[in-house]
Structures are given as structure tokens and as C-alpha cells.
Design a protein around this ligand. Structure first.
Ligand SMILES: [Zn+2]
Length: 446
């Protein structure tokens, strides 16, 4: 029964019950029969937004009100009795939640549970319900976005300001030396001051290679409600890939000419097109999505690298993988009503031919580095229609670091040394690529 039908049916019952007291018993019986069971309550705080999920065995109608002074969100859930699982939500709010200071839960009316979210700042809530999918039953999702969302580019520019000015300064010095060297070469008899300024240099000094900081967007797959693939020992892909992503971030930050942006830095879900939009908003030079997936056959093993395809998948396996990854939004949960279809369409309409060419190149560099220590599933970059690789202006690749469905590889994925080696291999592949293709244009704002 859909939420609407349930609502109508319930209203009828309430009308009848108002007419005669003798119906009270009947009403209780009906309500017990219809009473939904809460199966789980989850809270996923993050700087992006805080999500609260109530999972139930039946779809339930919800209504919302925003109150100010102080800021509160009030949600009424129809057809529900207060129970211990629901009360658990109160204790699940962490003191460092960016948006929620506390949650109060109470039986507002017979059959109506009221949840009051006390807020730390004004929010823009998105409430919606999701039908059963994968391991989940019906979900009520409350996404609490800040009214004034943070600007990722501004934050990145700010956090990398010192590095940027160090790069500019060192470039000026390198260019100066290179200039003098050129002059010295040209002059048969160098004038005294120039000759003195140039120390003995065997190779001709080159002008600075990296004119600006290269921005790498690292995307840890899945997160929050979407655990990704789960290994036989219980390892979740979302945790493994975040750990590898953070190692890679630290390595990138150690490079004087690179800076890193993570599309997620905690255990929360980011919709696929939001990952692409985030990378574009920080003007990333490269997008690397990190995964550790499962395959039907547990003996499947080895790392693989994928790029986007405009014309079908390069293999059955690649197509299967892309379908699986693209289902992330269904499991992670997105509000279909507010998904920006317009932006999605613009992205689809733009040509990705050049992007794919660059992606294959960087993908091959990474694959080569990984092959130095780990088995490969396939020796070349595979292609399929991955939604997360669709930024038309950013080379984008997806690295399957190993198969979590393979018990041997699952153990390796949990090993610190392996995580570090795979992060190192990806870094080296990235460096190989940019060494051959240094970005020249200095962009506005970067
Ligand atoms: Zn994945």
C-alpha cells in the first residue's frame, strides 16, 4: 500500500472512531495491524550536510515545519508508535555534528511520532522517502543542508595559499636561472656579471615546468548509506577506499606542485553527479575515483583502471562494473525531485572526446605503476559509461584497487602496507602523466 492510500484509509478510520466510542477498540486493533516497525535509525553528519535515515517495514507519510528563534526542524511521522529504536536516535547525535545540536523524539498524538531537530544554524532541509532497494526496506531520509553552503574552491585556495606562493617564488628563481643560461649560451664571450651569476651547470636549466598548482580531485567511492561491496570477512568498500584516498591525499599534499581535494572526507554519501560538480567547482585538473569492488566470481582478482566510454563498454565486465557503480545513487539515496536535471543534461551534451583521450593516458600511467607490485585484472584501461566519470572538461578515471570479493585481496585491502603501495602507485602514475602533460594555462581564481 502506498503512503497516500494508507493515509486515506487511516483518515477514514479516524472519522469512524470519532463517531462512536465503541469503535475505540477496533481502532487500536487496526492500528496495531497497520503499525509500522522502525528497523533502524542512522545519522550521517558531515560538513556538506547531515543526513538522518529512519528505516521502516512500511512506507510512512511525513510532514515538516521549519521554526526559527531558535532554529528547529519539526518532522511528524504518521502511523508510528514511539519505540526504543526510535529513541536511540537521541543518543546518536554527536557533539561535533555541524548542523544538529540535539534531537528530541516524542509521541505527539496517538499514531504520530514527532521528531524535533534543534539546529546549530539555519538549514535547508530535503525530506523524501525511498522504496526498498538492496538490503534496505522503506527509508525516510532527512537531508539537512546548510542555508549558506561552503565554497569548496575558496577553501582550497585558502588552504593551499602558502604552497601556491612558494611555487610562484621558486618558479621565478628557476626561470631567472634558465634565462641567464640561455643568454650565456648565446654569447660567445659572456659579460662578466652574467658569467658570475651562473654556477657550473652541466645540463641546460629549463624554465619552470609547473606554472601553477595542479589540483587533483580524489573521490572515495560510496559512503554513508551506500557501503559499496562487502567482503566475506565483512570489510566494507566505503571504508577501505576512504582510507586509500586519505593516504593518496597526504602524498599529493607532500608534492610542491600539487594540491588535493577530496569529494568526501568522512562516512557520508555524495550523489554521483555531485562528485562531478564538486571536482568542477574546484577546477580540478584530474578526477580519480577509488573503488574496491566485488564480482560475481570470487576468484576474480587484480586491479583495473576505467575511463568513460561514449560508445558502449569495452567488455562485458566493464559494462557490469559501470552498471553496478551507477546504482550507487539508488542505494546511497538521492532526492530525485531536486536533482539538478539541467546540469546533468548539460554535462551529457558536451563532448568528452578530448577528456577520454587524456583519461586513457593517465589511466595507462597508473596501470603501469600498479603492475609493478600487484596483479592486474586487465593490462589496459577499460571503458564504460560510468556516471561519475562524465565531467566533460576533466580527465577522469576510476581505479578498482582490488576485488574485495576475493578473500585474498580483501585481506590485502585491509593491510596498511598494501593501501600505502596502491596510493603510492596512483601518485606516481599521476606524476608521470603530468610530467609529460604539464598544465600551462593559469586559470582565474586558482
Ligand atoms: Zn565501488
Amino acid at each position: 500500500m502506498t503512503g497516500n492510500k494508507l493515509n486515506i484509509a487511516r483518515r477514514k478510520v479516524l472519522k469512524i472512531s470519532a463517531k462512536a466510542l465503541s469503535f475505540a477498540l477496533l481502532l487500536t486493533e487496526v492500528d496495531i495491524a497497520w503499525g509500522a516497525k522502525i528497523l533502524g535509525v542512522r545519522i550521517w553528519p558531515s560538513e556538506d550536510y547531515t543526513r538522518i535515515t529512519l528505516e521502516s517495514d512500511k512506507p510512512l507519510p511525513i510532514t515538516q515545519q521549519i521554526l526559527t528563534n531558535p532554529d528547529r526542524l519539526v518532522v511528524d511521522v504518521q502511523g508510528l508508535e514511539l519505540n526504543p529504536t526510535l529513541k536511540d536516535l537521541v543518543a546518536k547525535v554527536k557533539p561535533n555534528d555541524p548542523y544538529v545540536s540535539q534531537i528530541r523524539v516524542g509521541q505527539f498524538q496517538p499514531n504520530v511520532v514527532r521528531l524535533v531537530f534543534d539546529l546549530k544554524e539555519p538549514i535547508n532541509p530535503q525530506l523524501y522517502t525511498l522504496d526498498p532497494v538492496a538490503e534496505y526496506q522503506y527509508r525516510m531520509v532527512f537531508d539537512l543542508y546548510p542555508s549558506t553552503p561552503p565554497d569548496p574552491l575558496m577553501e582550497l585556495v585558502k588552504s593551499s595559499a602558502r604552497k601556491e606562493s612558494a611555487l610562484v617564488k621558486s618558479n621565478e628563481e628557476i626561470d631567472l636561472i634558465a634565462q641567464f643560461a640561455t643568454k650565456k649560451d648565446r654569447l660567445e664571450k659572456p659579460s662578466a656579471p652574467v658569467a658570475q651569476a651562473i654556477p657550473e651547470i652541466k645540463e641546460a636549466p629549463q624554465p619552470a615546468k609547473y606554472k601553477r598548482l595542479i589540483t587533483i580531485a580524489i573521490d572515495a567511492g560510496h559512503g554513508g548509506e551506500d557501503p559499496g561491496a562487502i567482503g566475506s570477512m565483512g570489510s566494507k568498500e566505503k571504508h577501505v577506499v576512504l582510507s586509500i584516498a586519505k593516504r593518496l591525499r597526504d602524498k599529493i599534499e607532500d608534492e610542491f606542485y600539487m594540491r588535493c581535494f577530496l569529494t568526501r572526507d568522512g562516512d557520508y554519501f555524495v550523489p554521483l553527479n555531485m562528485r562531478v560538480q564538486k571536482a568542477r567547482s574546484v577546477q580540478a585538473d584530474l578526477f580519480v575515483s577509488i573503488h574496491a569492488d566485488a564480482f560475481i566470481e570470487t576468484h576474480a582478482k587484480g586491479a583495473s583502471v576505467f575511463a568513460l566510454s561514449q560508445m558502449g563498454a569495452s567488455s562485458t565486465m566493464a559494462r557490469w562494473m559501470a552498471n553496478k557503480e551507477n546504482a550507487s545513487d539508488l542505494i546511497g539515496g538521492i532526492n530525485i525531485k531536486t536533482q539538478d536535471r539541467q546540469i546533468a543534461n548539460i554535462l551529457l551534451d558536451m563532448s568528452t572526446t578530448a577528456q577520454i583521450k587524456d583519461s586513457l593516458q593517465v589511466g595507462n600511467s597508473i596501470l603501469k605503476r600498479i603492475s609493478g607490485f600487484a596483479p592486474l585484472h586487465k593490462g589496459r584501461v577499460e571503458q564504460a559509461s560510468f556516471a561519475v566519470l562524465k565531467a566533460p572538461d576533466i580527465p577522469s578515471i576510476l581505479v578498482e584497487t582490488a576485488f574485495i570479493s576475493n578473500p585474498e585481496e580483501e585481506a590485502r585491502l585491509n593491510d596498511n602496507a598494501y593501501q600505502d603501495r596502491i596510493a603510492e602507485a596512483i601518485l606516481r602514475g599521476i606524476k608521470d602523466y603530468f610530467s609529460k602533460n604539464p598544465p600551462v594555462a593559469r586559470r582565474i581564481n586558482s
